[in-house]
Every structure is written in C-alpha cells, then in structure tokens.
Design a binder for this molecule. Structure first.
Ligand code: CP
Ligand code: NVA
Length: 301
C-alpha cells in the first residue's frame, strides 16, 4: 500500500515521477488523461479550512475520471464524533483513496494504518507535501526541469510548509537555507532526517544570510492554523522577518518569490513584493491542480 504522508518518506524517483506526470497532465481532462481514477472515489476530509487544497484535489480527481467526496469536520467530527481508527476503517470499505487535512500528523498515520487504502496528506501540523510538489513544479517552470544546485531561501516560520519544501529540495538536489527567529526553526529530529536525505540546510536567524545569492525566496504565514492563540507572541518574535524589497536586494537578480497562500500582506510579506514582478504566487497556486494530478496518477500507477 502506497501512501503520501511526507516528502521525506517519498523516494526521490517517485517525487520526480509525480512532477513529470504533473507536466504531462497539465491542462488535460477526461479521456486525454487516460482516466487513471476511472471508477474510483476519493474522500477529501477537512478538519481545517481550505481553498487551494480542496479545489485542486476535487478538480484533479474529476479531471482524472474519478469521483471526489468532500467531507467537512462539521459532518465527520474526526476524533470528536468518533475516533480516527473508526472513521478510517469505515471509509476504507467504501472509498478507494483517502485524503485528509488534520491537526495532528499522527491521525494521518492512524488512517494509513487502519483504512487499508492509500492515504494522502492534504496538510498536517508537520507537513504539507502536496504543496511542496506544486512549489517544485513552479521552480521547474522558471528554471527548467533539472533543479540541481539551485539555492532556496525560506524566511519565516520553520513550519509544515517549510519542512516539506526543504525535503523537496533534498530530493531534487537543491540547497536550502532557513532564516527564522530562535525557537521557530527546525527541530533537531527533522534536521537529522534531512541529513539522512543528504541535505545539510543552512539554519540561521539572519534573513540576509539566507537570502544572499538565492534563486527563490519563500515565506508563509507566521501563525499557522491551530496556533491562533500564539498570534501576538509570534508577531513580536517575527519582527524583522517580513519579506520586502530591501531584503530581496541580496538575492540573485533573477530570484523569484513564492508563498503557499493564504498570505497576510504587511505581516510576513509586503504588498509590493507579493504583488510585484518577482512574485510567482498565483501560478504557484494554479500549479496545485497540476501537481495534485501528477501525485494521484503516480500514486495509483
Ligand atoms: N496553500 C494551501 O494549502 O491553501 P489552502 O489552505 O487554501 O488549501
Ligand atoms: N502553514 C500554514 C499553511 C496554510 C496553507 C498552516 O498550516 O496554516
């Protein structure tokens, strides 16, 4: 049984195959895709809000000939109305693939263990691997399919998006530098995991050090879903980490700016940068659809 829970656990060849299928399936719908999901149903379970993930997966399943079934937390009550194992075992007897957006990554692991179906991580507090595929696709649209030796700077919170993107850099031979305030970087266990994948990231508290000579600069919200109580403390801790034109002056002239969205202009990024000429955030969001098609087609191949 193949699952897609983290980029780190996905072999590099599989990540590359998902990307190459994403390129081939871009713009294709129905018969033109070979309908790898023909007759299959995918449950899309959401414990947290979503725009991009929900729409891209639902559209991807339809494009590939399958049937998506979106299930909100208000109806399923994952872990509240009933335990994750019970939801997983019931769904496993009715649908063919399970995607879930959860608070606790352990709930995805439980679903993989108990459902008997391929499980796809649509965001947990630890990882957002479906996003990382779209991020890599956006970089390859800009710099070509071979991304070896490119250098990526991530400025901000060492969160789910940062971790998955760093793991994608490891799989694709890119350098990765993280600039975050003390206490908001990667935990040592994840740094070890990256080392085992052959990546030694630069970890710094200095955005200028991370951004110097970078080919792309990535940021995300300072306060992720589930951390709302920490918002004020985080605002203080992240002062000086807003991506603005001054910060970008140290990057390569051709450097692009990425953001997984939703974005908070004036917090982690200025409006000038987010809406400016270096920004690729909208094509990056659109790439979620293409990437999710590549992911699902490869997972079921
Ligand atoms: N980037 C992303 O996952 O967006 P949503 O939360 O809207 O799905
Ligand atoms: N880090 C953010 C990403 C949202 C797509 C969060 O987890 O809320």
């Amino acid at each position: 049984m193949k699952h897609f829970l983290t980029i780190a656990q996905t072999p590099a060849d599989t990540v590359k195959a998902m990307l190459s299928r994403a390129r081939a399936l871009r713009g294709q719908r129905g018969q033109a895709t070979g309908t790898p999901l023909n007759g299959l149903t995918m449950a899309l379970l959401f414990q947290k809000p979503s725009l991009r993930t929900r729409v891209s997966f639902e559209q991807a399943v339809l494009d590939l000939g399958g049937h998506p079934m979106v299930l909100g937390q208000h109806e399923v009550g994952l872990g509240k109305r009933e335990p994750v194992q019970d939801v997983a075992r019931v769904l496993g007897g009715m649908v063919d693939i399970i995607g879930a957006r959860v608070f606790a990554h352990a709930d995805l692991e439980a679903m993989a263990e108990f459902s008997g179906r391929p499980v796809v991580n649509m965001l947990s507090e630890r990882a957002h691997p479906a996003q990382a595929l779209a991020d890599a696709l956006t970089l390859s649209d800009e710099f070509g399919e071979d991304l070896t030796g490119r250098n990526i700077a991530y400025v901000g919170d060492g969160n789910n998006v940062a971790r998955s993107f760093a793991a994608a850099c490891a799989k694709l031979g890119m350098g990765f530098r993280l600039a975050s305030p003390e206490g908001y970087g990667f935990d040592p266990a994840f740094v070890d995991e990256l080392a085992q994948l052959g990546l030694k990231p630069t970890l710094t508290t200095d955005p200028a050090e991370a951004v110097a000579g970078a080919d792309a600069v990535y940021t995300d919200t300072f306060t992720s879903m589930g951390q709302e109580d920490e918002k004020e403390a985080r605002k203080k801790a992240f002062a000086g980490y807003r991506v603005d034109d001054d910060m970008l002056a140290a990057a390569n002239d051709h450097a692009i700016v990425l953001h997984c969205m939703p974005a908070y202009r004036g917090e982690e990024i200025t409006a000038e940068v987010f809406d400016g000429p270096r920004s690729r955030v909208i094509p990056q969001a659109h790439n979620r659809l293409h990437a999710q098609k590549g992911l699902l087609a490869e997972l079921l191949a």
